[in-house]
Design a protein around this ligand. Sequence first.
Ligand code: DGJ
Length: 726
Amino acid sequence: MAIRFEGNIFHLTTDHTLYQMGLDAFGVLYHLWYGEKTECSMCYLYHYPDVGFSGNPYEAGKLRTYSMDTLPLEYATLGNGDYRIPAAAAVHADGSCALDFRYESHKIYNGKYGIEGLPAVYADASQAQTLEIRLRDAASGLVAVLFYGVLEEMDVITRSVVFENDGEEDLTLTKAHSVCLQLLDGAWDWIHFHGRHTMERQMERTSLFHGIQQIGSTRGTSSHQQNPSLILCEQGCTETSGLCIGAALMYSGSFQAQIEVDQLGQARMVMGIHPEQFSWKLKKGERFSAPEVILSCSTQGLGKLSQQFHAVIRNHVCRGNYKLSSRPVLINNWEATYFDFNEEKIYSIAKQASELGIDLMVLDDGWFGKRDGDCSGLGDWTVNEQKLKGGLAPLVEKINALGMRFGLWFEPEMVSEDSDLYREHPDWALRIPGRKPVRSRYQLVLDLSREEVRDYLYESMRKLLRENHIEYVKWDMNRSICDWYNPALPPERQAELPHRYILGLYELLERLTTEFPDVLFEGCSGGGGRFDAGMLYYCPQIWCSDDTDAHERTFIQYGTSFFYPVSTVGSHVSAVPNHQTGRVTALETRGTVAMAGSFGYELDLNLLRDEEKETVAEQVKRYRKLQPLIYDGSYFRLSNPYRDGMAAWSFVSEDQSRVLVQGVIYRAEANVLQKRLRLRGLDPQAGYRVNGSKQSYTGSALMAGGLLLPKVAGDDVAFELYLERL
Ligand code: DGJ
């Protein structure tokens, strides 16, 4: 049994970890442990002094050491004498805002709970167990049901909360976070992933300080600027050793994660929907579901933690026919043509691509409406016949006749003011009466909380997907959102809109992905502006970044790898000088970097020299051969690009017989020793042959001493080594 309740203690065990909570005499649920598996109740670690100015609940009587302000509460709330960051807060009908949750009941069952209207980790009864703990705020009747999904073999525990108004009066939730997690002490580091458009998920690691540290997004999307994920780790934790806990929010809208180190040095982390521009009115009998957080813990360092997240995301988050299968190698016309194309141009790119072995032609932005630049056309999902005479069908047929599949770009959530859709339905765009809306990339945002908007998008996309042989959809989204206002909602419900938008987005994605299971959906938001586990539930891959420069990509892909598996990372070879940075890197380097992802090209292949075309054909062949190892193998980060002057990573097959080591050495240096790279995850006893040579080395030598990397001439030179067990 993964979940036990004994002696008022909840034990949630996975193969290597234990999560423990206790119930006390006052019905308070407190956190005891999340970490290495032990066989003991961890209660003995907790003792509480009488802390001045930390008050005591009334029923504690003269017990001055009993305070909500110092207890490691499993789900902390505002207004009960705990002055640290709360996970939940509410305003009651009388305007007061206290909440004090006490245990009411619990149940344990096989299988994994789901969440109405929201993406969630899925697992069957043999793979997961669920614990539901009902907590009640006696005065108001608000119930919080804490959900725990335990995926034993994955070393994963999921968390979510459902609020039920079981009282007599309406109330309003003003904070409804999905998780609250206590740590015994605050001598930890935390790692998070910040960035910007074209430089997403830059890893930052700092020590916790006393007080509150936080990340988040109020952009209506999970954002380029902060990823909805974080790692808490012991200060000595490395890639290969030490305790670390990861948390990934399965949500694509505004989010917040806070960590507070309190006066006693204990740490608390909470994570969920961002409380700014959020509130949710709960009438008597109504429920509200908070999105899921995936937690995983490793005692063997960050590398293992990442592998655990990769496994759960690949097997229990991504869905559909493409979840585990190989993906087509694609060519995308965006950086080749931008808006300037016609069917001959697209066909010529596809033809050249087919000759080089590429599987799929993706027609990007500009094929619809009056879309000759980024000022117009969004919302008009009908073919621009100025560019594509006779519509899409003849082009798709010709491309199919080349033996290639066809894919199409959409940006469903947006509208241009210069579009038929906007002229007909100006009210469908988000804007606040009496205020001018904020434009971004000249576009406005459609209110996806509205059913008629979703129906329009569903019908338009469905028509195109039905009438044409489209096998891939790129779902783009190119701005942050503001101007939140929906005339159909009463004033007190306007702050529900950002979340209602995300519920609408998920509903639309669910309808389309269910109706077109054979279509590969790729997520995108100006590259990686919505790279989160929520989107991965609908789209098994996401265009990782609009930065296609191989050098910068190694940093972006490094940060992405902490939570997200390689199969989810859309990655393309583009032209040089690179369009974002002007940097020139070798085609081999661009190929190697893009291969650590869902591989493709994004340039006009007709402009390549003959020898470059040969290289492309070889890369495509090589990727196809290596793809099972890249997708199914264990991924190891072998260097820290910020520190080591190179990016290096490897894929090791499950049986440890095959290893692919790839990387980029950033700068050539004169008169230096060859670089050495210590490998990981090999069979220590076995011998390995490198790149088919006669010389072999033992796994133990390669892991302890390392592998000598080839000498490089020039900057940003890639290397690739293939090891086979003898
Ligand atoms: C942003 C995407 O990330 C690009 O790949 C491209 O599709 C453009 N949008 C098109 O507008």
